[in-house]
Design a protein around this ligand. Structure first.
Ligand code: GUN
Length: 293
């Protein structure tokens, strides 16, 4: 059983991005510039955003964080996005999700200029992806594709079962894996909460992408011997034996499933770190495209 080591792969990609960022700065006198907006104090979002900022600075980007209180109005948030859209210095805008219930997430996503949509969530980015035009790919699917590629996982002609149909992961990764590219050319099945006989389908998978948001959901008897398993879940589970008081687990019961796999991604140390690679690649692309306009 091999590990799809997101840390090792992410280091490789980050070195490459850092070299390109240095070259960008040498040519333009500017650093690629990412602005992140965080609303409220959601613990997981705080962790993700801190990690995104740290990685951005480490590869030589300029990275700023704009914080709003939970009570911020939708109008104020949209006005700030408009300001960042118009700011010639800003290359990429990321609004960390989820947002408080009184704010319409779709409206916020659609307000970000497609030229600065480094999360790849805008309908223009998603539409371009659908018809195979170059664009910003959603960060997690992008990271998963790079991880499979880094480890030379053969995807052509394989049956890939994607568990979960979210706009952020399940749906876009299904599209990317079925495209006539490398990695790609998979036969893809999407499963979700209404799927009947789930385990009959997952047991057929050569490649399983698990993105359902339930800790330890994928068990041994749901996986074929020799499958490649990519765990997209990330959950904090209370653990008194840890200094932090919690540990991180994925959607896969790792101890049970790992022995059956040819490759498996761990949590932590798997897809999460590759998501940041996707974001950094998009930000660098945004900066280059704005320079070349
Ligand atoms: N929340 C969970 N994943 C993501 C992501 O990829 N981007 C943003 N903006 N928010 C998220």
């Amino acid at each position: 059983m091999g590990i799809l080591d997101g840390k090792k792969a992410a280091e490789h990609f980050k070195e490459q991005i850092a070299r390109e960022a240095t070259e960008f700065t040498r040519l333009t006198g500017k650093k690629p510039y990412l602005v992140t907006i965080l609303v409220g104090n959601n613990g997981a979002s705080e962790t993700y955003v801190a990690s995104k900022l740290r990685s951005s600075e480490k590869v030589g980007f300029r990275a700023d964080l704009i914080r709003f209180d939970d009570s911020v109005t939708e109008a104020v948030l949209l006005e700030k996005i408009g300001e960042l859209n118009r700011d010639e210095e800003v290359d990429g805008i990321l609004v960390q999700l989820p947002l408080p219930a009184h704010i319409d997430e779709k409206k916020v996503i659609m307000h970000i200029s497609p030229a600065k949509d480094v999360d790849g969530f805008h309908p223009e980015s998603l539409g371009k992806m659908l018809i195979g035009l170059p664009t910003f790919l959603p960060a997690t699917p992008y990271g998963i594709m790079e991880l499979l590629d880094y480890y030379g996982i053969e995807t052509e002609g394989k049956h890939c079962v994607v568990m979960g149909r979210s706009n952020i992961v399940g749906t876009p990764v299904s599209l990317l894996l079925s495209r006539p590219t490398r990695p790609g050319n998979c036969t893809v099945t999407i499963t979700h909460s209404r799927t009947r006989h789930l385990e009959r389908i997952t047991r057929q998978a050569d490649i399983l992408i698990v993105a359902i948001g339930k800790p330890g959901f994928l068990r041994e008897d749901m996986v074929k011997e020799g499958a490649v398993v990519v765990d997209v879940g990330i959950h904090r589970i209370a653990d008194e034996s840890r200094k932090s008081g919690y540990r991180l687990v994925g959607d896969v019961n790792f101890e049970e499933v790992a022995p059956r796999c040819s490759f498996i991604s761990p949590v932590p140390g798997g897809v999460g770190l590759m998501t940041i690679v996707g974001l950094l690649k998009n930000t660098l692309l945004a900066a280059k495209q704005r320079r070349d306009r």
